[in-house]
Ligand binder design. Structure first.
Ligand code: ATP
Ligand code: MP5
Length: 272
């Protein structure tokens, strides 16, 4: 029997299905990885924004992680919306307790519409507790600015921020350029502590980018779960998110979801 590869997402629920746990599980499935989830919060959300956030009780987060840890060993783990320092401490503790490796930390802070998904006081816990456990961290530019305390404008700033983030513990830093509006391209920076690799691609003109960060980090975790190297996992994840943005589903009056079917459809030769 072929070994089934498993990945775990620890994140919030997005009722609209474009971001959070829903985006992660769809991505795992499309990349042939069995998906598991531990919810940290329930959000009432659609393409127009976040209408409400209900963080889960600590016991509920602990119980989910213990259920998985007692029986199901994930091959890779990703974190998304964690909301509070209390939840971050629980998550970091359980990752250490169960010895989960191949951790991708997407330091989700604010939704596209501006709603906070992480309490301000939790940034310190994210840095102190979770980043040292990460194999890969995937901040966008505003998140990198908050984590490092610096303003990022040109490429030298990005490299300095990547160095500072690397010093916080993650082995690989992916500084995403999706938020760098006004340019015709998108430039993501990968730093492994030694060299900088710039990954550039066309900026797709669309308002349907809800959940891009969640989808991208889940795709990286999928590759790691399969035993790919970090660079291979990032390269496939980039192709996955690019296809998902290009072939957008087109619904919702606001920032619509990306198309999680797109990459698989292209590879299977079926029209989107
Ligand atoms: N308009 C776009 N065209 C092409 N690629 C994009 C576009 N927007 C984002 N990306 C890519 O998608 C990935 C996710 O980046 P982004 O900076 O959007 O993450 P994020 O802001 O954390 O997402 P989210 O707001 O969903 O959490 C990156 O690889 C980025 O380069
Ligand atoms: C539950 C949850 N997690 C993450 C995001 C970030 O995604 P985006 O910035 O695209 O809104 C979100 N909106 N909701």
């Amino acid at each position: 029997m072929t070994r089934v590869v498993k990945a775990l997402t620890i994140a919030g629920s997005d009722s609209g299905g474009g971001a959070g746990i829903q985006a992660d599980l769809k991505t795992f499935q499309e990349l042939g990885v069995y998906g598991m989830s531990a919810l940290t919060a329930v959000t009432a959300q659609n393409t127009l924004g976040v209408q409400a956030v209900y963080p889960l009780e600590s016991e509920a987060v602990t119980a989910q992680l213990d259920s998985i840890g007692a029986d199901l060993q994930p091959d890779a783990v990703k974190t998304g919306m964690l909301f509070s320092s209390e939840i971050i401490r629980i998550v970091a503790g359980k990752i250490r307790q169960y010895g989960w490796n191949s951790l991708v930390v997407d330091p989700v802070m604010v939704a596209k519409g501006g709603s906070p998904l992480l309490q301000q006081e939790a940034v310190r816990a994210l840095i102190a507790e979770l980043l040292p456990l990460a194999l890969v961290v995937t901040p966008n530019i505003p998140e990198a600015e908050i984590l490092t305390g610096m303003t990022i404008s040109g490429l030298p700033d990005r490299e300095r921020a990547a160095r500072l983030l690397h010093a916080m513990g993650p082995q690989y830093v992916v500084l995403k350029g999706g938020h760098d509006d006004g340019t015709s391209g998108v430039l993501d920076l990968l730093y492994d502590g030694q060299e900088f690799i710039y990954m550039d691609g066309p900026r797709i003109a669309t308002r349907h980018t809800h959940g891009t960060g969640c989808t991208y980090s889940a795709a990286i975790a999928s590759g790691l779960a399969k035993g790919n190297t970090v660079t291979e996992a990032i390269s496939t994840a980039k192709a996955f998110i690019q296809a998902a943005i290009e072939d957008s589903l087109g619904f919702g009056a606001g920032h619509g979801p990306t198309n999680h079917f797109a990459y698989g459809n292209r590879h299977r030769g079926i029209l989107p």
